[in-house]
Ligand binder design. Structure first.
Ligand SMILES: NC(=O)c1ccc[n+]([C@@H]2O[C@H](COP(=O)([O-])OP(=O)(O)OC[C@H]3O[C@@H](n4cnc5c(N)ncnc54)[C@H](OP(=O)(O)O)[C@@H]3O)[C@@H](O)[C@H]2O)c1
Length: 285
C-alpha cells in the first residue's frame, strides 16, 4: 500500500511565513523537508516545530538560493524522495543595496526567482510522480512596483538600483513563474499558483537586509502588520484545499482568487521570463 503521508518541500521554513506554514502543514499530518541557508537557525526551527506539533516528520537540508550550486546540491539531497506532493517556494528577501548571487546575478532576482526556477525544474520528475502535486509560490502585492514588467537591464546591472523596483520585479517573476509552470505541467495533475500573504510581521527586511531609514520604516510598519500564522493562511490553503488543488496559474490573496496589477503585464512576458531564466541557468551553471 502506498504511504498516505504527503511530502512537502518548503524553502525558507526556519522563520516567518515559512515557519508558520510548516507548523500548519505538520499539524495537518504532512512530512516536511525545509530548505534553509543557516544550519543553526534551521536546527532550532526543526526542534521548535517538533515541540509545537508533536510530529517528528520534519527535517532541514542545506539550501542557499543565492548559489545555483547549492540549489543543485539541495535538489540532489532530495533524491531519496520518491515523490513530492507539495513544493512551497517561500524563501525571499528585499535588499536596500545591489548585491549579487554567487554567480553574479542581482541578488533579489536571483534568490526570489532564479534559484526557485532551477529548483522547481530539478524537482519536476518527483512532482510528476506524485500524480496530483501542487506548487505554491509566495509572491507579493509588491509586484505592482514593477510597472511595464521586468526591466532586464536592471537585472543585468545596468541602470540605477532601486530596492522596491528590484523586489517588485522579483515578485512579478514569481507570479509569472506560476503561470509558466501551469503551461508546462498542463494535463499532468501538477498545479502551480502564486499568492500575496498580506503585510506580515516577520524578519522581512530586517537582519541587515535594510539599513538606516529603510530599516526604520520596516520597524515602524510592524504595528499594522498581521501575524505570521495569519500570513501563512493562503499558502496553507493552496497546499491543502481540495478545490484549490484543481486550479492552476492563478494569483491568490486571503484564500481567494485575486487580480494582478494590469500595468505590470506585457504580451509574451511569461515566455520571456522562462527563456531568460533558462539561459541564465545554462550559462552560469
Ligand atoms: N512579510 C511580508 O509582509 C511579506 C509580504 C509579501 C510577501 N512576502 C514574501 O513572503 C516570503 C517569506 O518572507 P517572510 O515575510 O516570512 O520573511 P522572513 O521572516 O525574513 O523569512 C524569509 C525566509 O527566507 C529565507 N531566505 C532568504 N534568503 C535565502 C537564501 N538565499 N536561501 C535560502 N533561504 C533564504 C530566510 O532565511 P534566513 O532566516 O536564513 O534569512 C527565511 O527563512 C518571501 O518570499 C517574501 O517576499 C512577505
Amino acid at each position: 500500500m502506498s504511504d498516505p503521508t504527503r511530502t512537502v518541500v518548503l524553502t525558507g521554513g526556519n522563520a516567518g511565513i515559512g515557519f508558520a506554514t510548516a507548523e500548519a502543514l505538520l499539524t495537518a499530518g504532512d512530512r516536511l523537508v525545509l530548505g534553509c541557508r543557516n544550519a543553526d537557525a534551521a536546527a532550532q526551527a526543526v526542534e521548535e516545530l517538533r515541540a509545537r506539533t508533536g510530529s517528528d516528520l520534519v527535517e532541514s537540508r542545506p539550501l542557499d538560493l543565492a548559489d545555483l550550486t547549492s540549489v543543485r546540491g539541495f535538489a540532489a539531497s532530495l533524491s531519496d524522495l520518491d515523490r513530492i506532493d507539495v513544493l512551497v517556494n517561500n524563501a525571499g528577501l528585499v535588499l536596500d543595496r545591489r548585491l549579487e548571487t554567487a554567480q553574479g546575478v542581482e541578488a533579489t532576482f536571483g534568490i526570489n526567482h532564479l534559484g526557485h526556477h532551477l529548483l522547481t525544474d530539478l524537482l519536476s520528475d518527483q512532482l510528476l510522480a506524485a500524480g496530483r502535486a501542487r506548487i505554491v509560490v509566495v509572491a507579493s502585492l509588491a509586484h505592482a512596483m514593477a510597472p511595464g514588467g521586468i526591466r532586464w537591464d536592471l537585472v543585468e546591472g545596468r541602470g540605477r538600483y532601486s530596492m522596491w523596483r528590484a523586489y517588485g520585479q522579483s515578485k512579478l517573476a514569481n507570479i509569472l513563474h506560476a503561470e509558466a509552470l501551469t503551461a508546462r505541467f498542463a494535463g499532468t495533475g501538477v498545479v502551480a499558483n502564486s499568492l500575496h500573504p498580506g503585510g506580515v510581521r516577520t524578519g522581512f527586511g530586517k537582519d541587515g537586509d535594510t539599513q538606516g531609514l529603510n530599516a526604520a520604516v520596516m520597524r515602524l510598519s510592524e504595528r499594522v502588520l498581521i501575524s505570521a500564522e495569519t500570513g501563512a493562511r493562503t499558502s496553507v490553503f493552496l497546499a491543502t484545499d481540495p478545490d484549490a488543488g484543481r486550479v492552476s496559474g492563478r494569483y491568490w490573496y486571503r484564500c481567494r482568487r485575486s487580480r494582478i496589477s494590469p500595468w505590470t503585464r506585457r504580451t509574451g512576458d511569461v515566455e520571456e521570463l522562462v527563456r531568460r531564466s533558462d539561459e541564465l541557468v545554462a550559462r552560469l551553471s
